[in-house]
Ligand binder design. Sequence first.
Ligand code: SF4
Length: 403
Amino acid sequence: MDLLNTLVDKGLRREMPTREEALAVLATSDDDVLDVVAAAGKVRRHWFGRRVKLNYLVNLKSGLCPEDCSYCSQRLGSKADILKYTWLKPDQASQAAAAGVAGGAKRVCLVASGRGPTDRDVDRVSDTIRTIKEQNEGVEVCACLGLLSDGQAERLRAAGADAYNHNLNTSEATYGDITTTHTYADRVDTVHKAHAAGLSACSGLIAGMGESDEDLVDVVFSLRELDPDSVPVNFLIPFEGTPLAKEWNLTPQRCLRILAMVRFVCPDVEVRIAGGREVHLRSMQPLALHLANSIFLGDYLTSEGQAGKSDLEMIADAGFEVEGTDRVTLPEHRAAGGCGSQEAAGCGPHEGGACGSHDGSGCGSHESGGVCGSADLPRAEEPRTDLVAVRRRGAGTDLAPNA
Ligand code: SF4
């Protein structure tokens, strides 16, 4: 396909695709999905080899957020039955982080619900960062605390933070449809603050919220302009109890096309598969490793991921290798220009997981013709609420984490 040859050439040169080319990737058919993956995979391997960076989420403070982000299980008015707790103590957070590091993670992402931190919160997270760095040699730490006020990014940097995550999530044109309590411009401002403080910036998106292809291309082009070191790509987990509970818009093939488009637009940037990997890519996850060079290990903020051991097996079986702490993630030209060797961590949005009480896999009226009848035959486009489970272990609980 001429389109794919052109995009590979551009990706190897770090040249921006046109909007039309990016849209054309999203418009390819399911028949072409392996060609798309193979093409974007060449760009991924050129810049990142077969390495997969593992990141580990620690939810420092869960639920009870005053903001109204419609995709989020921690939002104001959320009825999702998630864990709710206030700030973990530094030792508790460090203990949680250690489990991720022991599982192979080289970056720990410290996330807290809320509009943004108070100065007292920054003090407390600074203590946590110092504790984690003391107790886990060589670990990279990313903070994800919401909107930053002047001076806070510098204080986090001084405490040892390597990176700061704040996602754009969706296009500027549709931002007001998903959140009313802050603006797209607020989000851009926080990414700028992180950059200015010398933190490695991480900023990404959420796909599957009912947006158009144009919206997806818009947000990815905006991200390229912001020039983060890492771009987390979340696939909406439609939590029961949130306004987007019925938005099941993704198939595994659609997710692959989205990841490929992000890779073509941001060829030399860490592209991370974030929330929703297991729910939407499902058994196609290994193909997505040909596009993204980074994933989260184990559980998410409020929802469960697949077992950490399964993540490691998947990486090995697909012919990839876990990136060690002795390797610099980013290509030399980016690492030299950023904050040392560290790129950022995507906590995704503060996404989570809600357990659906219903599942959509019954054969009933929608099994394909010719196959009976009594067996459950899920189709790619059907809601898979059965795969969404609230996190009940790890940080904020007495149970061992999944790492
Ligand atoms: S995404 Fe963050 S700011 Fe928005 S509701 Fe969730 S926890 Fe609050």
